[in-house]
Design a protein around this ligand. Structure first.
Ligand code: ZN
Ligand code: ZN
Length: 818
């Protein structure tokens, strides 16, 4: 979490070996001079902003004012004071401002003032990570206020201390998982704390999105319910990164009306922001589309070179890389390049990611703060819980998924009063390519809204079971849990989990329901070095089939391991150290059936649908690719169980006639749909806060359920996560951007920047780039720009008739999935 105190601002510590290049413009000039063709497609100057102070609210106790003054805070920024005033007056409030804008003070001020004024009151603080809670504990404890007794209560808290914390701590810091698994089920032990609860602080609340966010929304409702039993209605104070419509998202998360404070009054250094497209590689005569041989220099290699160059120039640089593997590769390549230039200089670069053990993380943070390290390659794990601001340069390797994340990452750059450089390096994929050529889609646009759906029945049912196990559900509770709660309770009764009595619904079992907040991912899988038994780190269950299958190359702190065995029952993968010169890429196969249609648009030869689907997928093989060139060495089979998924999908159908009229030969229909599907998945993150790994797709020239050529795009989470729904609501915009991204790509037959997909189960075959544009032209010509959704009658489900469908061409019965 960021700290407002100037005293806490990072200093460079041990000075760089060479004089730093001060002006970001000069640094950028040197970076772009390195290559032949200019890789920079756009430069945006984000001006510096002066801060605006406000007086301390008059209710601020003198002791608190003095404590903040000792920390160097002379007065709050205006947004801090506004949020604090609202919360102190009893309004739930969300403060959604930029990185390092001092959101902590906005909740510390009213919470601590209340604890000082009312010696009985308590505060519960929730953060998405233990590391962030530990930082906040240090910050609050450092104020040395009488009788506040702050304490962390999480999985690491020793048993012996837990009882003391429940009885005596008045500022308890924990996380939603602990609230869900520990505090709420044990509410009898917490009654003293809960009956005096004045504030609930929800930090970094934008991270509660998708399925996880929907679960957390109900955990908070369960907390409100327990407080209400004691006649208590705590005020919620939420802190969010800059996000679109934070009041609505916070309202969905808490179930309460929430006021938003969004005007950031903290000072900010200026940033020169460059969009960077790696150069095209020389054409390879042997390459075929199916090889997925990169057409551009990879963003990882480009970022590694940029990192080496900035570190060599003495510039303190943070490189954000999307995947854990990628961060390791960037650090390793930058180290190698630096050591070749000046032996030993490579030591000034390291990698960082969430799976690291706490001690390793803290050591890396400390080294960068003190300047022992000049370059750090990180996954977005660093977005949470680390007080690193004031860097000279930030490299962002690949679009981070949302404008909100982009600004949060870029916000790490810029010492107070100084200028900094941020560079977005495009990956070879449709969305990145589209964005570096459409800067208007990045700059001067509001950031995305956080999407969550508490009405998801796959979340609501299990959460109501947890609530009932804590205390019988009453009719009034149904209102608290919102839309769909009555249906979910009826289902639980029918399934024998709840018993209905005149006084309410009772949990029937002795054991508590087992519910995992992190969605279908399941328990994390431990990565263990077979020879030593050493725990290297963890991988979330949902990714384990992809990342830890036998033969997978797994990187940890730049050291490469190969997986010997994945034991799904025990939740552990055994690995040995080995450094092959290839990387591994898992592939899955998918089939899909339509279960029901929620809503549709009848647009002549085109139909657009939203509904529930059943998806069966299985990781069946993996490719080995040369790290240096991306060349495919071979594809090897895997024997992993299939996984079933009931989820939400958006799909569109076209009549075969409309495709023929558009000039698509029957034999090219599968390739046309497949290419449109890939690009559509690639561009969907422009509309929703997801990435392409959150969604899946399937296209077919004839689907048995739609009886027409169809492209499906579905949420990769049980019950859906709101992404496909968002695609349906914004279909015209989404498919327009998809069409433009394909048509504007400079390649001839399709490339990773337009229609190829890195996770295609069909080896990117067949794909027809020009026909994909024709397909989307037909859809867009017929689809109304602003479509009124229709609710289907019983006759529509589950067999959604494609409107305007005519004869179907039996030659086209071939399918493809991403
Ligand atoms: Zn292309
Ligand atoms: Zn595919």
């Amino acid at each position: 979490m960021q700290d407002v105190s100037p005293a806490a601002t990072v200093s460079a510590g041990r000075g760089p070996d060479r004089p730093p290049v001060d002006a970001p413009a000069e640094l950028l000039r040197r970076l772009r001079a390195r290559t032949g063709a200019d890789p920079v497609t756009h430069v945006e100057r984000v001006p510096a902003r002066a801060g605006e102070r406000a007086p301390w609210p008059e209710w601020t106790p003198e002791q608190l004012r003095a404590a903040f003054a000792r920390r160097g805070v002379v007065a709050p920024w205006r947004h801090q004071s506004r949020a604090a005033d609202l919360a102190y007056a009893g309004r739930s409030v969300v403060v959604a401002t930029g990185t390092a804008s001092g959101k902590s003070l906005a909740y510390q001020l009213p919470a601590l003032a209340t604890l000082l004024a009312d010696p009985r009151a308590t505060v519960l603080y929730l953060s998405p990570t233990k590391a962030l809670a530990a930082d906040q504990l240090r910050a609050v404890a450092g104020l040395e206020l009488d009788g506040v007794r702050p304490a962390c209560y999480d999985g690491d808290t020793p048993r012996a201390e837990r009882d003391w914390i429940r009885r005596h701590a008045r500022f308890v810091l924990t996380n939603p998982d602990m609230l869900h698994h520990g505090i709420l089920p044990g509410h009898a032990h917490w009654s003293g704390f809960l009956r005096r609860l004045a504030y609930v602080v929800v930090d970094e609340c934008h991270t509660y999105r998708g399925v996880f966010g929907s679960h957390v929304a109900h955990v908070l409702r369960r907390l409100r319910r327990q407080c209400a039993r004691f006649g208590r209605t705590p005020v919620f104070i939420l802190a969010s990164a800059t996000s679109g419509d934070p009041a609505t998202a916070a309202g969905r998360l808490t179930g309460l009306p929430v006021a938003a404070v969004t005007e950031d009054a903290s000072p900010r250094g200026g940033v020169t922001f460059a969009l960077w497209e790696p150069p095209l590689l020389p054409a390879d005569a042997d390459a075929t589309v199916a090889d997925l041989t990169p057409v551009r220099r990879s963003a990882l290699r480009e970022t590694a070179d940029l990192l080496a160059d900035t570190v060599a120039a003495g510039v303190r640089t943070l490189a954000f890389v999307r995947s854990r593997k990628g961060a390791e590769v960037v650090a390793a390549n930058a180290r190698r390049a630096l050591d070749e230039a000046v032996p030993g200089l490579g030591e000034r670069v390291a990698a960082y990611r969430a799976g690291y053990l706490r001690e390793e993380r803290r050591e890396l943070e400390r080294a960068l703060l003190h300047g022992d390290l000049l370059g750090l390659a990180s996954t977005n794990a660093l977005e949470l819980g680390v007080d690193l601001v004031g860097l000279d340069a930030v490299l962002i390797c690949g679009w981070p998924g949302t404008r909100a994340s982009l600004w949060q990452q870029a916000g790490r750059a810029g010492r107070s009063g100084g200028e900094a450089l941020a560079v977005l390096v495009a990956r070879d994929d449709p969305l990145d390519t589209y964005l570096v050529h459409h800067p208007e889609a990045l700059f001067g646009r509001p950031v995305e809204a956080t999407v969550l759906d508490p009405a998801n029945p796959y979340v609501l049912g299990p959460q109501l079971a947890c609530a009932a196990a804590e205390a019988p559900l009453t009719p009034a509770d149904l209102e608290l849990f919102g839309e769909g709660a009555k249906e979910a309770v009826d289902d639980l009764v029918a399934a024998g989990a709840l018993r209905q009595r005149p006084t309410g619904w009772y949990w029937r079992h002795r054991e508590r329901p087992e519910v995992d907040l992190r969605g279908e991912g399941g328990a994390p899988v431990c990565v263990v070095e077979a020879a030593t038994g050493r725990l290297l780190g963890t991988v979330d269950g949902g990714s384990s089939h992809f990342l830890l299958h036998p033969g997978a190359v797994y990187l940890h702190q730049g050291v490469s391991y190969v997986v010997d065995a994945l034991d799904l029952a025990d939740g552990c993968a055994l690995v040995h150290p080995e450094e092959p010169d290839w990387s591994t890429h898992a592939r899955d196969v998918t089939s899909l059936t339509v279960a029901s249609v929620r809503s549709y648009v009848d647009a002549g030869p085109v139909g657009l649908f939203l509904g529930e689907v059943d998806v069966t997928s299985q990781v069946v093989s993996y490719q080995r690719r040369r790290i240096a060139s991306g060349e495919v060495i071979d594809t090897r089979p895997l024997d992993l169980p299939a996984r079933e998924l009931r989820t939400v999908a958006v799909w569109f159908t076209l009549s075969p006639e409309s495709m023929t009229s558009a000039g698509i030969a029957p034999a090219d229909v599968p390739g046309a749909l497949h290419a449109a599907e890939h690009a559509g998945i690639g561009l969907l993150p422009l509309m929703a806060t997801c990435d392409r790994w959150d969604i899946g797709g399937l296209s077919t020239a004839l689907h048995p359920d739609t009886e027409a050529p169809t492209v499906f795009v579905y949420d990769g989470h049980p019950g859906g996560a709101g992404f496909a729904e968002r695609a349906y609501r914004t279909a015209a915009q989404w498919l327009r951007a998809t069409r433009d991204a394909i048509a504007e790509c400079g390649c001839e037959a399709g490339c990773p920047s337009c229609v190829q997909s890195p996770k295609c189960g069909n080896g990117n075959n067949p794909l027809s780039k020009p026909d994909a544009v024709r397909v989307l032209d037909v859809v867009l010509a017929n689809l109304p720009a602003d479509h009124p959704p229709r609710q289907p009658g019983p006759a529509d489900a589950p067999d959604a008739e494609p409107p305007g469908d005519g004869e179907r061409d039996r030659m086209l019965a071939s399918g493809a999935q991403e």
